[in-house]
Design a protein around this ligand. Structure first.
Ligand SMILES: Cn1cnc(CNC(=O)c2cc(-c3ccc(F)cc3)cc(O)c2O)c1
Ligand SMILES: [Mg+2]
Length: 214
């Protein structure tokens, strides 16, 4: 039977990237998606903005919502100090299976906990399961209509501290209007929009960075 897009993306990584070299994995995926087959990774243009936010926050604990094939997981993990932890949640088991292999190819397994399941079910378990006191950075890249309910759940679970950063992909396209309205109007957040483009296209999109004020 015909392979899936994530399977073809993994094949491109295994063919073109060097085991243990996260930058070569990121570059192999970008090459594949730009020249062979588009896929919904954050991509190279928005990825550079992601890199700058990760470097600025220098997080000990990161939560990623929406792993997909692990592109942003590897992109973030490569910038983390040795004992930092990245917890990434993926609902789709087929995506999770591919992401595990991409993360392993990049040699990032030590820094990454990939959890298969629904964010709404797993967010309340993070503190006890992973011994997390607070999240320094949250990267939202899962179902766009889940950004707002999951942000409220993260707040209710006491997972944010003064200075915690939320970084949301696709706030313009496909769009997360209710989320944008919330973080931009809330007294509890200082929000900033980073204008960019939908991965591998000329369509406008961007990232919204929101600092929790406590
Ligand atoms: C099925 N599924 C599992 N996880 C998710 C969450 N991600 C997205 O939905 C997502 C979608 C797009 C996109 C799709 C079609 C299109 F024409 C243009 C853009 C881009 C992204 O960067 C995304 O993160 C979806
Ligand atoms: Mg996205």
């Amino acid at each position: 039977t015909r392979s899936t897009r994530p399977q073809r993306l993994l094949g491109a990584v295994q063919k073109s990237a060097t085991r243990g070299d996260p930058c070569s994995v990121v570059n192999a995926i970008d090459q594949f998606c730009r020249h062979t087959e588009w896929a919904m990774n954050v991509g190279d243009e928005k990825g550079c903005i992601l890199d700058s936010v990760v470097s600025e926050v220098n997080p000990a604990t990161v939560l990623e919502l929406g792993t997909y094939c692990g592109y942003s997981t590897v992109r973030i993990a490569r910038l983390l100090p040795p004992h930092a932890k990245l917890i990434t949640l993926e609902f789709n088991p087929d995506f999770a299976a591919i992401a595990r292999q991409v993360i392993a190819w990049a040699g990032m397994e030590e820094k990454v906990h990939l959890v298969e399941g629904a964010s709404g079910e797993w967010i309340p378990k993070i503190k006890e399961q992973f011994g997390v006191k607070a999240l320094d950075l949250v990267f939202l890249d899962h179902w766009k209509d889940q950004y707002l309910p999951d942000t409220k759940l993260i707040e209710e679970c006491g997972l944010l501290r003064k200075g915690s950063v939320l970084l949301a992909d696709n706030v313009i396209f496909p769009g997360a209007p209710q989320y944008l309205e919330y973080v931009r109007s809330s007294q509890q957040y200082e929000s900033q929009y980073f204008k960019s483009h939908l991965e591998y296209t000329k369509v406008e999109d961007g990232l919204e960075k929101s600092v929790f004020l406590g």
